[in-house]
Design a protein. Structure first.
Length: 366
C-alpha cells in the first residue's frame, strides 16, 4: 500500500532529525500520507490533523463531523476524536507516547495556534519545532500510480475545454464561460476546479491572473482561458489563448512567438537540468524577439495534489529536475491595452527527457 511506504519514508526523515512525532495539518499532506480526503474551510477551521510518531501507530485527530469520513478514507490510522479541542488530546498523546520533540507544519499553522503549541510544550517539557516542507519533499516525485491519476486529470480537463470551446459565441460573458467550465467539470466527475478558472477577453487578457467579469467576448478578439480540475485528488492545469473568429497578423505573431517559447522550454526538460536552465530556454525566445519586459512571471511550477507545488521553474531556481516530477511550461506575453497570450502544457520529467501530458493541440498553432 502506497500509504505505508510514504509513512516509512517520512519516518526516516523524522529519525534523521531526531524528531519523535510530526503533527501534519496541511490538507494535501494529510491526503498524501493517509488518504483522508476531507477539506478545510480555510486555515482557521481544520477537518483534522495527523500525528505521525516515529514508531508505532499513526493517528488521525478529528471531531464528530468527520468521523464517518475518516473511517471510510483511512486504513492504517487510529482515529481519535477531540470533543474538547485538539490541545487536550495532544497533551494526553504526548504523555502516552513519550514524545520529547514534536514537529509541526509552520507554513500551515496559524500564529496563534503555534503559540498555543509552544505553551503546551513548555508545560509538558516537550520541545515543539516549527518545520516546513518535510512532507512536500516526499510529494515532489510522483510514483507510477500518481502519474496515471494526473494523466486522467489532464485528459478530463482537455475534454471539458474542447466541449466549452465548441459552444463559444460572442454573446457569452467571461463569467458565463467560467461558470460553464466549472459546471461541466463537476458533471464530468471532477471533485472541483483546481483553482478559480481564468477567462479573460480582449485587453483583459494582458492581466496574467484576470478575474472573470461581465466583459463579453469580442468577435475576432483575443481570449485567454486558464483552467484545471481535481480528479481523484490530483490536479491539472492548462492555458489556451486564441481569437473567437479570425486572428489578425499582430495576434498571430505574438501567439507563434509564445508557442515557440513553450516548445523550447519543453525541449529543455530533462532529469539533471536545473529549473533555471529550462526557464531560460523559453525566456530567451521572447527576449530575443524584443518582448522580454512583457514576460514577468516564472515559466512554470510543479503540479500534484496541489496545483502549485515544488519545483518552481523560475529564473532564480538552481534546483535540478528529477525523474518523476510533474511541471507546467507556461510562457506568456502581456501587453497592456492590447491583450495577452499564454500557452501552458503539463510535462512529466523522465530520465532521458520528458513526456508531454497534454494532447490537445488544436489551438497551439494559429
Amino acid at each position: 500500500m502506497e500509504y505505508v511506504s510514504r509513512l516509512n519514508r517520512l519516518r526516516q526523515s523524522l529519525a534523521a532529525r531526531k524528531i519523535d512525532a510530526l503533527l501534519v495539518s496541511q490538507p494535501e499532506n494529510r491526503r498524501y500520507l493517509s488518504g483522508y480526503t476531507a477539506c478545510d474551510h480555510g486555515i482557521a477551521e481544520t477537518s483534522g490533523l495527523l500525528l505521525i510518531p516515529r514508531q508505532g501507530t499513526p493517528y488521525l485527530l478529528t471531531d464528530f463531523r468527520f468521523r464517518e469520513q475518516a473511517d471510510n478514507d483511512t486504513e492504517h490510522f487510529e482515529i481519535l476524536l477531540y470533543p474538547k479541542g485538539v490541545l487536550p488530546l495532544l497533551r494526553k498523546l504526548c504523555y502516552d507516547l513519550d514524545i520529547n520533540r514534536l514537529g509541526f507544519e509552520s507554513h500551515y499553522t496559524l500564529h496563534s495556534t503555534a503559540e498555543k503549541l509552544q505553551e503546551l510544550g513548555k508545560r509538558l517539557s516537550v520541545e515543539v519545532l516549527p518545520l516546513s516542507g518535510i512532507v512536500e519533499r516526499l510529494r515532489v516525485i510522483k510514483d507510477e500510480n500518481e502519474l496515471a491519476l494526473i494523466r486522467r486529470s489532464v485528459q478530463l480537463n482537455e475534454k471539458v475545454f474542447q466541449e466549452v470551446f465548441a459552444s463559444l459565441d460572442d454573446k457569452a460573458t467571461e463569467v458565463d464561460i467560467a461558470l460553464e467550465i466549472a459546471t461541466r467539470m463537476r458533471k464530468a466527475g471532477a471533485e472541483s476546479e483546481s483553482f478559480e478558472t481564468i477567462v479573460a477577453a480582449g485587453a483583459a487578457s494582458s492581466l496574467p491572473h484576470s478575474v472573470p467579469g461581465s466583459g463579453k467576448l469580442i468577435a475576432d478578439g483575443p481570449l485567454l482561458i486558464d483552467m484545471g480540475l481535481i480528479l481523484d485528488g490530483y490536479c491539472s492545469d492548462m492555458t489556451r489563448s486564441f481569437c473567437l473568429g479570425r486572428a489578425n497578423e499582430d495576434y498571430r505573431k505574438i501567439h507563434r512567438l509564445v508557442r515557440q517559447a513553450m516548445l523550447q522550454g519543453i525541449d529543455a526538460v530533462k532529469a539533471g537540468v536545473t529549473c533555471r536552465e529550462v526557464d531560460q530556454a523559453a525566456r530567451r525566445v521572447i527576449e530575443d524577439a524584443g518582448y522580454g519586459k512583457y514576460f514577468g512571471h516564472a515559466l512554470g511550477h510543479g503540479v500534484g495534489l496541489a496545483v502549485h507545488e515544488e519545483p518552481r521553474i523560475s529564473p532564480k531556481s538552481r534546483r535540478k529536475l528529477r525523474s518523476g516530477m510533474i511541471i507546467t511550461i507556461e510562457p506568456g506575453i502581456y501587453i497592456p491595452g492590447w491583450g495577452g497570450v499564454r500557452l501552458e502544457n503539463m510535462v512529466a520529467v523522465t530520465d532521458d527527457g520528458y513526456e508531454v501530458l497534454n494532447h490537445d493541440t488544436t489551438l497551439l498553432d494559429l
